[in-house]
Design a protein around this ligand. Sequence first.
Ligand SMILES: NC(=O)c1ccc[n+]([C@@H]2O[C@H](COP(=O)([O-])OP(=O)(O)OC[C@H]3O[C@@H](n4cnc5c(N)ncnc54)[C@H](O)[C@@H]3O)[C@@H](O)[C@H]2O)c1
Length: 289
Amino acid sequence: MSMQNNEPAAAGRNPMPPFEHRTALIYGSGRNIGREIAREFARRGARVAVADIDLAAANETVRLIAEAGGDATALQCDVMSNESVRETAAEAERRIGAIDILMNNAGILHSGNPEDFPMAEWERMISCNLLAMVRSIEFFMPKMIARGSGYIVNTASFAGLYPYAINRIPYAVSKAGVLSLTENLAIYLLPKGVRVSCLCPGPVMTDSPNSMKTFSGNVGLVGPGSHLRIKSQVETAKILADGMCAGRIVIPTHEEGLETLRQHAASPDEFIRAKIEAFSRGDHGKPSL
Ligand SMILES: NC(=O)c1ccc[n+]([C@@H]2O[C@H](COP(=O)([O-])OP(=O)(O)OC[C@H]3O[C@@H](n4cnc5c(N)ncnc54)[C@H](O)[C@@H]3O)[C@@H](O)[C@H]2O)c1
């Protein structure tokens, strides 16, 4: 069933429940945060298409949803390929109907010093973390505009909110791009009845660092702030779904991180100098458990 446009022009403020009887396609929902989001959307009544490069992982997400009484289908997709994203989008529509909620969650991580990333790695990072979203949005946005309804959700990161991620700069740049893409789309699409949200995870417990490519030996990952607590994937999925129900646009997993964002906005120069000083005294902003 397609989402009806019964929202006022100031769309996004209306806390209408976006899940029951809705369809959702989630790119990158085979495991970890994406899997928990798929489970949470399904728990709240959505029919979910689980798309991932790892079909076995996507099938496992579907199994978990079915076990809990939900409705889901698995699709294999490489978000780095224009064709694959389009084929997956069309196949998802065939299987579950017009897509109400498009979520772009697929993302890759890496580590290294800035001088050690080859151009090919910059291209891989931007293609997977940012252009992948453009690929799916290009497919669905005209349809959503024509219907005057729909919901686009993109996953960014605290690394794209303010500067600290000096040992994964291509990743941070890709996520800053996601934030800019999503916020600008929100301004454009909300008055047209299409809702937009950006999930901004701070530190969330996943095993993704185990599989990341490293380019400078073991440099270790600096974090967004030692005052932040590592959250669980389940908490993250609930924060997103609640934020969507509340009509939020930018949905950070850690509200306390917004104070850091305010400090950066107040004086980027001072913020950067303070960060240099903190790193030099060994405060690497590692979050706590
Ligand atoms: N874990 C964190 O602390 C954290 C923090 C900030 C942002 N994020 C972001 O949240 C999202 C999920 O993070 P996660 O930790 O669960 O990551 P993850 O690596 O565990 O999961 C990412 C999913 O995307 C899939 N994927 C990777 N490349 C793909 C491709 N080319 N095509 C299709 N699917 C592909 C993977 O198979 C996996 O299922 C990512 O966008 C990540 O950047 C995570």
